[in-house]
Write a protein that binds this ligand. Structure first.
Ligand SMILES: [Zn+2]
Length: 378
């Protein structure tokens, strides 16, 4: 899946968000499709050449490919620049993930637009560069998208034109400076878990029985459909997976919002476990494995981190080792302290507490492993 929609880049304290807008292209299909094809052929060619010659520097790439991109693919000056930008960015991303294959783009791949190749006209019109000159399309805006687009506190940046199942979408990027971090008194620790998706150090939980029931229902239905294995069962599985993802996303948004709101009003920082690599370290009971891995904790953490950044709440990432087996009362650490998924009882001082709450308290006190603000979205 391609991030980021709504994912903030915390580098240089700049927030970035993307609005995905459906377009009414009204008779411009041919121009757009042709441009799409040539643009992506150019981007693929540039990527292959830069990959071959080991070029990752934007300027070097520009001088190497600019003239030839225009003559080979018939792109205008600005679209040629955008094709190079798409290719070089994608090479950088591939290399940073230690990928070994040169990125290539399909003929229906996206077109990158910058300030010189697209322009928002009146409230619902956009003008786009194509090989046949500029064309104008109507943007189909929902109320919320409209409000986001005209919000004067956000600066409008580049856009990607994306083709998805016969429809064109314009993904417009906006950015603004992140607010300064609020001065805080204390830290709200958050434990992300299987039974309760989130529990904080004051003892409040953030998922509830309904979420649990819905997830269980999806799981059972999926297993039943997988057994059937017919064409229509597969199609229904696919539909279901979309609904489940939306449900998960909504739930994560709701939890993140509630947690950040609580941090704001109590003027506290948030602390979360750094779960990078948690799958390798923990053993989970078999029946819980499905839930632990399929429930997107990383999505929840991402949502929390950007909502926090938007409101100036600091997020600390802490070392997750021993947070669930240490006594929050006396500090004694022993595996046997954690009697079950739900309950914690200290072998030394006898202190008893809900296991998630005990972990959340430990998290709220732990030393910071590294501040969230140093994490980039690269
Ligand atoms: Zn104790």
């Amino acid at each position: 899946m391609r991030f980021p929609f709504w994912y903030p880049s915390l580098m240089n304290k700049t927030l970035i968000r993307t609005i995905s807008i459906k377009l009414d292209i009204d008779g411009n299909e041919a121009a757009l499709q042709e441009t799409q094809q040539q643009f992506n052929a150019a981007a693929s060619w540039i990527a292959a050449l830069c990959w071959e010659e080991g070029i990752t520097n934007t300027n070097t790439a520009h001088h190497r490919v600019y003239g030839e991109t225009r003559s080979r693919f018939g792109l205008g000056a600005q679209l040629a620049v955008c094709a190079r930008a798409k290719a070089v960015e994608s090479i950088k991303a591939t290399r940073s993930k230690k990928g070994e294959t040169c990125p290539q783009f399909g003929r229906r791949g996206s077109i990158r637009y910058d300030a010189r190749t697209y322009r928002l006209l009146s409230l619902d019109r956009v003008s786009l560069n194509t090989l046949q000159g500029r064309i104008t399309c109507r943007m189909i805006l929902g109320k919320r998208q409209h409000e986001m687009l005209i919000d004067p506190t956000w600066m409008i940046g580049g856009a990607d034109l994306v083709w998805k199942r016969g429809t064109y979408y314009l993904n417009v990027t906006q950015s603004k400076d992140a607010p300064e971090l609020t001065e805080t008194s204390g830290t709200l620790g958050v434990d992300l878990g299987i039974v309760q998706l989130a529990t904080d150090s004051t003892g409040e939980t953030f998922s509830g029985e309904q979420v649990k029931a819905v997830r269980k229902r999806y799981h059972q239905r999926r297993q039943a459909l997988q057994k059937v294995g017919t064409y229509s069962a597969k199609r229904r599985l696919k539909h279901m997976s979309g609904r489940e993802k939306r449900f998960q996303k909504d739930t994560n948004h709701r939890i993140a919002k509630a947690l950040v709101y609580k941090a704001v009003v109590s003027r506290k920082a948030l602390a979360l476990e750094d779960l990078t690599g948690i799958r390798e370290r923990t053993t989970v009971q078999r029946k819980n494995r499905y839930e632990r891995h399929s429930w997107a904790f990383s999505q929840l953490r991402t949502f929390i981190s950007y909502k926090a950044a938007w409101t100036g709440v600091e997020v600390k990432l802490i070392d997750p080792r021993n947070t669930s087996r240490t006594c929050s009362q006396c500090g004694h650490c022993e595996k046997a302290n954690r009697q079950s998924q739900a309950s914690f009882q200290c072998k030394q001082c006898g202190f008893c507490l809900n296991a998630d709450v005990n972990a959340a308290i430990n998290i709220s006190r732990a030393d910071v492993k590294r501040p969230m603000a140093s994490v980039s979205n690269g």
